[in-house]
Design a protein around this ligand. Structure first.
Ligand code: NAD
Length: 479
């Protein structure tokens, strides 16, 4: 897995069966640009076959008893835990994460499968008090939840294992069949996960993984009436396209953001600076929760600036596999170039680069900007790279107003010791989650996770994804 000579062709899976193809899609190591593997470029015929298999798989999934779903999900968690290092090496090879970041993703993935196993047992329903409606005194009954049928999962490059787990775990827990279309940039972790699920006993027809290019199969899969839910994680532009294509089916949209952190004068500045820097540069800023805009009250602005620049300057950028590396490359050189262009545009409009601002191939140095004029792309859009902007604000209201002024709203962080101000921020910030005394980059896999505005529709987090993958059926006896 290290050079062109050792390129391995990987199969994809249709209903648990290996499938190769003449047309392949290369997978690159973003650190050195080398091809590390090839995967099949799924054709429209492959997609149609996967859809037909999934229609069969949905009946197998729906009829599988809860104890069996739980056993498969726990067994998958065990196998991933036992193979932690090989999963981590794979993530760090195909994606831009460092080996230490990759290990954390594997650990979270084990947790996601454990939560999914537990969720399987909680799926149920409740008694309905029919006699609350006059004339219904003789009715008794309940509602029960059942699977939607076939779920299509489309996933991004930045967490190539755990974001797949966040869809496949709840889908199995709720008795659905699932087709996964992983990012063309990082399909290997999803394929290794599928192998693990089959090994844990998942019947083949319940799961297919189609690799290759979205342009070849994306619309066909999304439009298919047999697909009852599209669960998408990715960028706003792609999500908008998919929402238009999907037609009358459930959609869940986990999209991007340009998350704000607000630091008030009474905060613990050391903790605020540390969390903000970690949140801005984790996974080289390629993180939907990543800190992109930091608002500091005027009186502490200079101190925060000094702390943030100092911590950012100490980040070690380099070889992903080196245990001492803090930050790896961007996913492609093209992305690094886009980010350099955005920073150059900000500079040309008067922004100061306090540290960083240098690109070398697919690497971009952790970068801190200040004096960024409002309306610039580095503030308005999602950078999805290692660039953070600092802004001085006169008070909390002004910070909230600027934080809310963009078309995204995933999570926000607020640092303060004043409980009244914390509740004011919680009430007014237009986001899916407010972290008090943490940066926006805080998540556990059990919490509801998702955004408002351009950051998406619906919530993931195992219980919430499971709920979205079910329909309620009412049962009523007229006695
Ligand atoms: P992307 O939108 O470019 O691609 C995401 C997936 O969509 C890929 O698998 C891609 O192949 C597929 N796709 C593209 N066009 C398609 C089409 N027409 N039909 C079907 N599928 C299609 O996103 P990316 O660059 O891989 O990931 C980065 C984005 O994901 C960022 O915006 C980031 O914020 C977001 N993200 C959000 C969350 C969240 O939970 N909210 C988590 C991680 C990443």
């Amino acid at each position: 897995m290290t050079g062109v000579d050792t390129v391995t062709p990987w199969p994809m899976y249709i209903g648990g069966v290996h499938r190769m193809s003449e047309r392949v899609s290369p997978v690159f190591d973003p650190g050195n640009g080398m091809t590390v593997a090839t995967v099949p470029a799924a054709s429209s015929e492959d997609a149609l076959e996967a859809l037909a298999v999934a229609r069969m798989g949905k009946d197998i999934a729906a009829n599988m008893p809860t104890h069996q779903r739980m056993r498969i999900l726990h067994q998958t968690a065990d196998l991933i835990r036992d193979r932690r290092e090989s999963f981590a090496v794979l993530i760090a090879t195909e994606s831009s994460k460092t080996i230490r970041e990759a290990r954390k993703e594997v650990d979270r993935c084990v947790d996601t499968f454990r939560l999914s196993a537990e969720e399987a047992r909680r799926q149920g329903g409740e008694v309905i008090k029919f006699d609350q409606a006059p004339g219904s005194e003789n009715r008794v009954g309940y509602w029960q939840s059942g699977p939607v049928g076939v779920v299509l999962a489309i996933t991004p490059f930045n967490d190539p294992l755990n974001l797949v787990a966040h869809k496949v775990g709840p889908a199995i827990a709720t008795g659905n069949a699932i087709i996964i279309k992983p990012s063309e940039l990082t399909p290997l972790s999803a394929l290794k996960l599928a192998e693990t699920l089959y090994e844990a006993g998942l019947p083949g027809p319940i799961l297919s993984v189609l690799t290759g290019l979205a342009a070849d199969i994306g619309d066909l899969l999304v439009q298919d009436p047999g697909v009852r839910m599209v669960s998408f994680t990715g960028g706003l532009k792609t999500g908008t396209h998919i929402a238009h294509q999907a037609g009358l089916k459930k959609i869940s949209m986990e999209l991007g953001s340009n998350s704000p952190v607000i630091v008030l004068a009474d905060a613990n500045l050391e903790a605020a600076a540390k969390a903000s820097v970690s949140g801005a540069f984790w996974a080289a800023g390629q993180n939907c929760l990543g800190v992109q805009r930091i608002f500091c009250e005027d009186s502490i602005y200079e101190e925060m600036k000094e702390r943030i620049v100092q911590l950012t300057g100490a980040i070690r950028v380099g070889d992903k596999m080196d245990e001492s590396t803090d930050m790896g490359p961007l996913i492609t050189e093209r992305e690094a170039t886009r980010i350099a262009n955005w920073v150059n545009e900000a500079k040309s409009q008067g922004a100061h680069v306090l540290t960083g601002g240098v690109r070398k191939g697919s690497y971009y140095q952790p970068t801190v900007l200040d004096q960024v004029s409002s309306g610039l792309i580095v503030l308005e859009e999602e950078v999805f790279g290692p660039v953070v902007s600092l802004m001085a604000v006169k008070d909390l209201d002004s910070a909230i107003q600027q934080a809310n002024s963009v078309n995204y709203g995933l999570q926000a962080g607020v640092f303060t010791r004043d409980i009244g101000k914390a509740f004011d921020a919680i009430k007014k910030l237009q986001v899916g989650g407010v972290m008090i005394n943490d940066s926006s980059d805080y998540r556990i896999d059990a919490m509801p996770f998702g955004g408002v505005k351009g950051s998406g529709i619906g919530r993931e987090g195992v219980h919430f994804a499971a709920e979205a993958m079910t329909e309620q059926k009412v049962v009523c006896f007229n006695v």
